[in-house]
Design a protein around this ligand. Structure first.
Ligand code: SF4
Length: 275
């Protein structure tokens, strides 16, 4: 019997990226919402994001290096009992290394910019905007005002910085945030910045009316493709280097798997403890 897939009601910038990278992975992850194990790199990034979120809730003069480290300790206390950490099954040595890496990332951030100089007005801000039959949704790491009153959207990245040729692709997430923010506030941000903390590299772009039209056109086209996949139950595979990091390889036909078994087998393979 052909499986039927409901259209997603919301779409995030990362979801559109997943569909572009591999429609079948999007089906497993965003439509069937199958469980996945936590990944150490992603959890490290989340812990550092949390520390910086707390840091920017302080008044600017209080955002000292000591405060940043104290907030990483807070993040550690918050994260340790959760499945994000327990699911990693770290040995004591691995756990020490994990948190030492987080400390290094916070130190790298503090070398990159002076948090007391940032006129931050919001952190971890939810944004949304209607588009076609779906609601775009996202969370912006940090919003600030520049000296001329313009809005800057900042996004922290804890992974490796991309090659120059790939930066505009990575910026699409921030262009979508700018689109949603403009829909919500009627104000087009003046700057978008990606902060690659580990490498100390900052990439910036200026959003324009043209880039906002491009976000609208591109995201509508992607949603139409998702709608077609749901209507036909056809989610093609796209084999690439990213398959090495895909948690659904066991059910992927590219690797001899059967996608129809994923709904039953993924919760058995990746069981979550009761909340
Ligand atoms: S293994 Fe590769 S091709 Fe298969 S679902 Fe995952 S990303 Fe797609």
């Amino acid at each position: 019997m052909t499986e039927v897939f409901a259209l997603p009601e919301t779409l995030s910038p990362s979801g559109t990226g997943t569909f572009q990278n591999c429609p079948l992975q999007f089906r497993f992850q965003n439509i069937q919402k199958l469980p996945q194990p936590p990944g150490a790199a992603a959890v490290k990034g989340n812990a550092v994001h949390r520390a910086l979120e707390l840091l920017f809730q302080l008044d600017a003069p209080l955002r000292t290096h000591e405060a940043a480290h104290d907030f990483l300790a807070t993040a550690k206390t918050e994260f340790e009992p959760t499945y994000d950490i327990t699911g990693l099954n770290l040995t004591p040595d691995q756990a020490s290394k994990f948190w030492a890496d987080c400390t290094t990332l916070v130190d790298c951030y503090l070398r990159m910019e002076d948090p007391t100089s940032i006129n931050s007005i919001d952190t971890e801000m939810w944004v949304t905007a209607p588009l076609a039959k779906v609601a775009l949704r996202g969370i912006i790491d940090r919003i600030e005002r520049d000296a001329d009153g313009g809005l800057i959207i900042s996004d922290y990245k804890t992974g490796k910085a991309p090659r120059d040729i790939d930066v505009d692709g990575k910026m699409m997430q921030l262009q979508m945030y700018a689109y949603m923010l403009r829909e919500m506030r009627g104000e087009l941000p003046t700057s978008l910045q990606l902060l690659y903390i580990k490498d100390g590299i900052r990439h910036t772009r200026t959003p324009t009316e043209q880039s906002m039209r491009f976000v609208h056109t591109r995201t509508t086209a992607l949603f139409n493709a998702i709608e077609k996949s749901c209507a036909t139950s056809f989610f093609p595979t796209k084999k690439s280097g990213l398959c090495n990091f895909c948690n659904f390889k066991s059910w992927c036909p590219e690797f001899g798997g059967d996608p129809s078994k994923a709904a039953v087998e993924a919760p058995l393979k990746y069981p979550r403890p009761p909340q």
